[in-house]
Every structure is written in structure tokens, then in C-alpha cells.
Design a protein around this ligand. Structure first.
Ligand SMILES: Nc1nc2c(ncn2[C@@H]2O[C@H](COP(=O)(O)OP(=O)(O)OP(=O)(O)O)[C@@H](O)[C@H]2O)c(=O)[nH]1
Ligand SMILES: C[S@@+](CC[C@H](N)C(=O)[O-])C[C@H]1O[C@@H](n2cnc3c(N)ncnc32)[C@H](O)[C@@H]1O
Ligand code: SF4
Ligand code: SF4
Length: 309
């Protein structure tokens, strides 16, 4: 079933590559882990990203996710998607805050993007401003609805749950999602060395176990994503909620099938570690052979360790 896919030392298949295109962002969320990235100004060109994805495809990667920072701040984002889409992956998706999505959704769809996950933690304007420091709630909502309209299917909303900030808004968000044919992802707040305010994720951490129990009680159906960190999806009254619980969760890490690339072109074996990065982009820029680049990918894969075990 997994022909041609590389396994790491823990027998985890490498199915997905998550590329952080930039560290730049147009908002400043209180909790942001910046995709686990150390700050850097260097970014990669569409050509370089194409080469990296081509090697990933050769070693069996099936899915690409473009993230950030805010990926829609890249001026050449449509070209980037177009070049990667020409490699014929099973799935190309993007994680975005949605603020610029109304403008780009149709072009991205035409360029070959399959789907988007859009971060939206609240439907309340003051709470949105408190979390992001900007008054862009309506822009983000318009971006989400445009993504639905152009068929970037399924559109998912990423809602990071924070104690005393938005945990009482889950029902409202689920209604908004059901009305608009959107999947809701509830995400547990992660503590990371890359958060600007390292106390925030401790003070506002809200465990999702009780919420998940309630969902299990009322769900019409429950399914597990085997190669996606064993996450559970709950089907309720015609809607869908996925629960993402990475904190202290050995099962989540045991089923982790993704490798990451930093904006400055390093292979990053784990979201939550920065001490095992593997330099890649200088080899691409030097025009080294595909065999050599494959070797560097394998070196990165060999450094993978489950963060929680
Ligand atoms: N610790 C950890 N958290 C992750 C990992 N993958 C996703 N997450 C958390 O889930 C959030 C949402 O991820 P997305 O970028 O929307 O992608 P996804 O949900 O993983 O992917 P799909 O469900 O396939 O759409 C991330 O920002 C993290 O907070 C992971 O590998 N490790
Ligand atoms: C770092 S952002 C990058 C993409 C884009 N700017 C966005 O916000 O969707 C990727 C995802 O990480 C999530 N995220 C950021 N910091 C987090 C934290 N400390 N815990 C859990 N999820 C977090 C965001 O909610 C978002 O869904
Ligand atoms: S979570 Fe996304 S939108 Fe918020 S600051 Fe981080 S990168 Fe920007
Ligand atoms: S090993 Fe665990 S923490 Fe690290 S990226 Fe995979 S799921 Fe995330």
C-alpha cells in the first residue's frame, strides 16, 4: 500500500512535506509558534521550491502543505503553487490566516491548489483583535467564503482553543462551519520555544480531552486518520469536527508522517525541535545532482525522532 515511500527509524512513512515559505506575517497572534521556525530573512524562489518538491516526489512524498508566517505575503505565491502542481502530487494544500485569500483564492485554485486550512479562532471582533492585534476579522471571513465558493475543498477552519478566550465559542464556530460546508479543526495550544511570549501557552492552555469526550457522545460517526497522527474526526448533524491534540501525546507523534522545510531551506525533522536541522538549499543553489539531494533528504529523515514517546 505504501510502495516507494521512505520509512524513518521508527517505521513512520514520510508521506507529507510541509514548507514554511516565509517567516513574515501581516498579524501577530499571541500564541504563534511560527511553525517552530527560528527567525530568518532568507526565502526560497519558485525555482528552488520546485527542485525541492521534485526530490520529495522522487522519495515518495505524496502531499505538500504550504505554510508560514503568512504564505500569501509571497508575491510569487501563484507561481509557486503552479510549479509545484506541475509535479502531480496527490494533494497540495495551504495554511493561511485568510486575510488576503479573497483576492487570491480563484488564482490559487486555477494554479492547482487543492485545498486550504484557514486560521480563525473567533467570530467576535474584539476577541479577534485581542488575539491578532489587528482588525481583520471581516477580511478573514470573506477569504474563507471565497475559498468555499471557488472549490478549494474541503476548506478547514483552524481554531486554537484558549482558556477564558474562546473555549465557549466552539458551538458558534461549528454552526458557521456547518452553514458554509467547512470542516472545523479544534487545535490544542502548543507550548513552543518559538512563541514570543513563552508564558502565554502555559497560562491559556486548555486540554481538549473533555471536549473530545462530549463530541464522541453526540457524534453520528467517528473516524481515525491513520497516517495523520491518529487524529479523530467526529461527524455531527451533517458537520465535521477534527480534534488536533499534539501536547504530550505519544500516539500523535508515533503516527507523524511529515517532514518540514524552513524558509531558509533547511530540512526540519520535527515541529518542536531546532537542534537537528539539515542544510539543503546551498546544495540546491550549487546545482548538485538529484542523487546528492536525495541523500540529504534521507539524512534529514534519519534524524527524525518522536517528540513525545
Ligand atoms: N506538534 C505538532 N503539531 C502539529 C503537527 N501538524 C499539525 N499540528 C498542529 O495542527 C495545526 C494545524 O495544522 P495545519 O497546517 O492546518 O495542517 P493539518 O491540520 O496538520 O493538515 P490537514 O488536516 O491534512 O489539513 C498546526 O499548526 C499545529 O499546531 C505536527 O506534526 N506536530
Ligand atoms: C504558524 S501558522 C502559519 C500559517 C498562517 N499564518 C495561519 O495562521 O494559518 C499555522 C497554524 O499554526 C497554528 N498555531 C500557531 N501557534 C500555535 C500554538 N502555539 N499552538 C497551536 N497551534 C498554533 C495556527 O493557528 C495556524 O493554524
Ligand atoms: S498563527 Fe499564522 S497568522 Fe497568526 S501570527 Fe502566526 S503565522 Fe501569523
Ligand atoms: S514528532 Fe510529534 S511534535 Fe514532532 S512534528 Fe511529529 S507530531 Fe509534531
Amino acid at each position: 500500500m505504501l510502495d516507494g515511500v521512505v520509512l524513518d527509524k521508527y517505521e513512520r512513512p514520510i508521506l507529507s512535506l510541509r514548507i514554511t515559505l516565509t517567516n513574515r506575517c501581516n498579524v501577530n497572534c499571541l500564541y504563534c509558534h511560527h511553525d517552530g521556525m527560528v527567525k530568518s530573512k532568507d526565502e526560497m524562489t519558485a525555482d528552488e521550491l520546485y527542485t525541492i518538491c521534485k526530490i520529495a516526489k522522487k522519495i515518495g512524498v505524496r502531499k505538500i502543505r504550504l505554510s508560514g508566517g503568512e504564505p500569501l505575503l509571497k508575491n510569487d505565491i501563484v507561481e509557486i503553487v503552479e510549479r509545484i502542481a506541475s509535479l502531480d502530487f496527490k494533494d497540495i494544500s495551504m495554511t493561511t490566516n485568510g486575510i488576503l485569500l479573497e483576492k487570491y483564492a480563484q488564482e490559487l485554485k486555477d494554479a492547482g491548489l487543492d485545498r486550504v486550512n484557514v486560521s480563525l479562532d473567533t467570530l467576535n471582533r474584539e476577541t479577534f483583535e485581542f488575539i491578532t492585534k489587528k482588525d481583520y476579522l471581516e477580511d478573514a471571513k470573506r477569504g474563507i467564503l471565497k475559498a468555499v465558493e471557488v472549490g478549494l475543498y474541503p476548506v478547514k477552519i483552524n481554531m486554537v482553543i484558549m482558556k477564558d478566550i474562546n473555549q465557549d465559542e466552539i458551538d458558534d464556530m461549528f454552526e458557521f462551519c456547518k452553514e458554509n460546508n467547512i470542516v472545523l479543526q479544534l487545535i490544542e495550544l502548543i507550548e513552543s520555544e518559538n512563541c514570543d511570549d513563552d508564558k502565554f501557552s502555559v497560562d491559556y492552555h486548555y486540554k481538549l480531552d473533555d471536549i473530545e469526550k462530549e463530541l464522541a457522545d453526540i457524534a453520528d460517526d467517528v473516524r481515525e486518520r491513520e497516517f495523520m497522527q491518529g487524529r479523530k474526526k467526529y461527524y455531527i448533524n451533517g458537520g465535521e469536527i477534527e480534534v488536533v491534540k499534539p501536547v504530550d501525546n505519544a500516539k500523535f507523534c508515533a503516527n507523524c508522517s511529515r517532514l518540514r522545510i524552513t524558509p531558509d531551506g533547511k530540512i526540519k525533522p520535527c515541529l518542536l525541535r531546532n537542534d537537528n536541522l539539515v542544510e539543503l538549499i546551498s546544495h540546491v543553489r550549487n546545482g548538485e545532482s538529484e542523487e546528492k539531494l536525495e541523500e540529504i533528504f534521507i539524512k534529514g529523515i534519519n534524524k527524525r525522532e518522536p517528540f513525545n514517546s
